[in-house]
Design a protein around this ligand. Structure first.
Ligand code: AKG
Length: 291
């Protein structure tokens, strides 16, 4: 496993863990290439700002959601190492990708990226987060560029400092909760590093103070399939997108399963459904579902 037991122990104790070099150099390079289908490099933006008016109009919302055009970002979102880690942590094989979005931030584009310390659960569960077993949701940020102190690092607060803090309200200002901010730490990351954290972990994005450069990141949330009171996306709502068509046709069965696609052996698969799904996805290999 690329995420070690020591890193898992750190996550359980502090509510976050940093996994250096989670991605191989080839995976990182493919992810960066894929990002460039959506966003220019910092150099390109600085050299030809006139081409990218939309970036300057709304620099704080340069986010794109799964499914992506291309293969690398989709494959990383459904990476077998991420799936295996979440399965182990939640103690169940029935896990779902709940959210996957890439995000670009640029120095000098006029964006204010500073956030207050917060928890993410308001949009991800109808109740309040639990961190035990399959109730846990797993948040991740995978960095596709180096994140120095000046390039908007994520700040996290160890749960050792916040166990007695009520989970509501989910946002705390520096003015009202200065003691919480005293415990925050920046996650200075190299491209390819992964931050794993919990729905109960106070964290925030910070501003880019560098004069030039870009921060590219990929944000994920995972959950157990059993808990419909949790969840951000129902992936079937993206079923009309050509990117989803391409992904479903090309992906391995396990990659499809973490979107909610029925596994091989599921009672859903009959002669009739096999024929209908083959019509919908002409390129899919349905052999695993036939046996
Ligand atoms: O991008 C980051 O470093 C953190 C983002 C974040 O916490 C959020 O948008 O909720």
């Amino acid at each position: 496993m690329r995420i070690t037991q020591a890193q898992t122990d750190h996550l359980l104790r502090h509510g976050y863990a940093i996994v250096p070099n989670f991605l191989t150099p080839d995976e990182l390079s493919a992810a960066r290439q894929n990002m460039l289908q959506y966003f220019p490099t910092a150099e390109e933006l600085e050299a030809t700002p006139q081409r990218y008016g939309a970036i300057y109009e709304d620099p704080e919302h340069l986010q794109v959601e799964f499914p992506f055009a291309g293969e690398a970002l989709n494959d990383i979102a459904t990476h077998p190492e991420l799936i295996a880690f979440v399965e182990k942590l939640l103690g169940t094989r029935e896990v779902l990708l709940s959210q996957s979005a890439v995000w670009a931030k640029y120095a000098g584009a006029g964006g204010d990226y500073e956030q207050g310390l917060h928890l993410d659960y308001q949009g991800n569960t109808l109740v309040a987060p639990r961190d035990d077993g399959a109730y846990r949701q797993v948040n991740m940020i995978l960095y596709y560029s180096d994140v120095t102190a000046a390039l908007g690092p994520t700040y996290v607060v160890s749960q050792e400092k916040t166990r007695d803090l009520p989970l509501w309200p989910t946002h705390r200002t520096r003015k009202k909760s200065p003691q919480l901010y005293e415990h925050e730490k920046p996650v200075l990351a190299a491209a390819g590093d992964l931050l794993v954290f919990s729905m109960r972990t106070w964290h925030r994005a910070s501003d880019i103070t560098a004069d030039s450069g870009a921060r590219f990141s990929h944000h994920f949330i995972w959950r157990a399939a059993a808990h419909a009171f949790q969840g951000f996306h129902q992936w079937s709502s993206m079923g009309e997108k050509p990117e989803m068509q391409a992904f479903v046709e090309r992906a391995a069965p396990r990659q499809r399963e973490v979107l909610g696609f029925p596994p091989a052996g599921d009672a859903y698969w009959t002669k009739e459904t096999l024929a209908a799904v083959a019509l919908r996805y002409p390129q899919i290999d349905l052999a695993p579902y036939r046996s």
